[in-house]
Write a protein that binds this ligand. Structure first.
Ligand SMILES: [Cu+2]
Length: 106
């Protein structure tokens, strides 16, 4: 019983942790990323907001060329992408081939 309480307390503390107020935000709007380029601190997360009335996809290509697909984001949904190491990342939408942007982490 004591153990269970400890686990529950830890979970509540994790939930209460402040949301990073300095997360950058990118809009997916009119089938483009706004802004189209962005510089963030290495390790930062960027919140992508689908402000369009169509579905979008998010794919990240790291400076080393590794690709991660975050799946489909519906209108009004948000997705968070992390930029763990320094360098230039490509972010694109596989539904709309012209939708791409660069994010530099440093
Ligand atoms: Cu798209």
């Amino acid at each position: 019983m004591m153990q269970r309480t400890a686990v529950l307390t830890a979970a509540l503390i994790a939930l209460a942790a402040p949301v990073m107020a300095d997360d950058e935000q990118v809009l997916q709007i009119k089938q483009a990323f706004e802004p189209a380029t962005l510089t963030v601190a290495t390790g930062a997360s960027v919140v992508f907001v689908n402000a369009d009335d169509v579905n979008h996809n998010l794919q990240q290509t790291t400076p080393e060329g590794a690709k991660t697909d975050l799946g489909v984001s519906k209108p009004g949904e948000t997705m968070t992408m992390k930029f763990a190491t320094a360098g230039v990342y490509l972010v694109n939408c596989q539904i709309h081939p012209r939708m791409k942007m660069k994010i530099t982490a440093k």
